[in-house]
Design a binder for this molecule. Structure first.
Ligand SMILES: [Zn+2]
Ligand SMILES: [Zn+2]
Length: 334
């Protein structure tokens, strides 16, 4: 069976479970590990059966629970190289090192960790708290170690344990936008999206003949994305903001400009225009996603998309759903 379960969607966190054949993939990890696991269980998904995590881009609403979850489950994380580098930089603001130095450090720390005893798989909280502090700790430990050596010259004194690396992951796999690949039984087609991140992508997943597209965090829909969204059975499409609400809303002008820009987010109106004029109407499910809580209302997004779909009599069979921020959407099964 093929299943698509949105656990969360919006600027406070994004993650979705896509399963087909014997493969189960977490798309983005933008909630805490504990909350992701809670929502998975609520939706009838077992976290222990995840095979991999795949990341669209490095913004925190897509990666905030990534390291803890990947370590807890011991599963590989798939990134583009650009996104991985940006994520590493984001977690290592105080470190001055080249990418080669960082890779070497990873190798050393991976070896060190292999030697460590495993933590309990249910013990998310401890590591999450640690993860938040790891960057701080790494910096302070380095400073303290120097201070201690200066203050206490006794030769028998033990050095402190090496600082933990907040960017350490069990396995990192790279893919490139435009080059399809497989994770187990799932075929994955990553495609470039226009968004203000290092190397952002959307995906089409295919298993058992069912195609599911994930297209959020894009300023507009360029031709390459339109081509990818053809003949999909499920279309998860951004419907981020209502243009008027955004213009009159609480955001500072600079943020409004960013959201509205060609590398920002797709408005209700832009999503509707696509659905009305270019969408091929093949999807059984259209899921509106990444709705802003400040500049949108679910009903507004729904009505705008419904009008667009209802304007085309042949699309009445399409089922329109809304992905929420605070509760998982019940699994969509094929
Ligand atoms: Zn986002
Ligand atoms: Zn983003």
């Amino acid at each position: 069976m093929v299943r698509f379960t949105v656990l969360a969607s919006g600027s406070k966190g994004n993650c979705t479970v896509v399963s087909g054949g014997n493969t189960r993939i977490l798309v983005d990890a933008g909630l805490s590990c504990r909350e992701m696991f809670r929502r998975m269980r609520l939706a009838g998904e077992d976290p222990a059966t995840l095979d991999a995590i795949i990341i669209t881009h490095e913004h925190s609403d897509h990666v905030s629970g990534l390291a803890v979850t990947a370590r807890k489950l011991g599963i590989p994380v798939y990134f583009t190289q650009g996104t991985h580098r940006a994520w590493v930089r984001w977690l290592s603001p105080r470190k001055q090192m080249t990418y080669a130095q960082w890779l070497e450090q990873c190798r050393q720390q991976a070896a060190a960790r292999m030697a460590e005893a495993d933590t309990s798989p249910e013990d998310c909280d401890t590591e999450e708290a640690e993860a938040d502090e790891e960057v701080e700790v790494a910096a302070t430990e380095a400073v303290n170690a120097t201070a201690e050596r200066k203050a206490d010259p006794a030769p028998e004194r033990k050095d402190p344990a090496p600082p933990k690396d907040p960017t350490w992951l069990p396995v990192v796999e790279y893919f490139s936008a435009g080059t399809p690949f497989r994770i187990g039984d799932m075929a994955v087609s990553p495609f470039t999206i226009p968004h203000d991140a290092a190397d952002p992508v959307g995906f089409v997943f295919q298993a058992e003949g069912i195609r599911m597209a994930v297209a959020t965090d894009l300023g507009y829909i360029p031709p390459n994305v339109k081509a990818q969204l053809k003949k999909v059975d499920l279309l998860l499409l951004e419907s981020n903001h209502d243009l008027e609400m955004l213009r009159d809303g609480p955001y500072p002008w600079s943020v409004k400009q960013r959201v509205l820009s060609r590398v920002g987010h797709l408005s209700n109106e832009a999503a509707a225009t696509y659905l009305e004029t270019e969408y091929d109407g093949q999807a059984t499910y259209v899921v509106l996603a990444h709705l802003s809580e400040s500049n949108n209302l679910p009903e507004l997004a729904r009505i705008t998309a419904e009008r667009a779909l209802n304007g085309r009599a042949n699309l009445l069979a399409n089922r329109l759903l809304l992905a929420g921020q605070h509760e998982p959407l019940m699994p969509i099964c094929f």
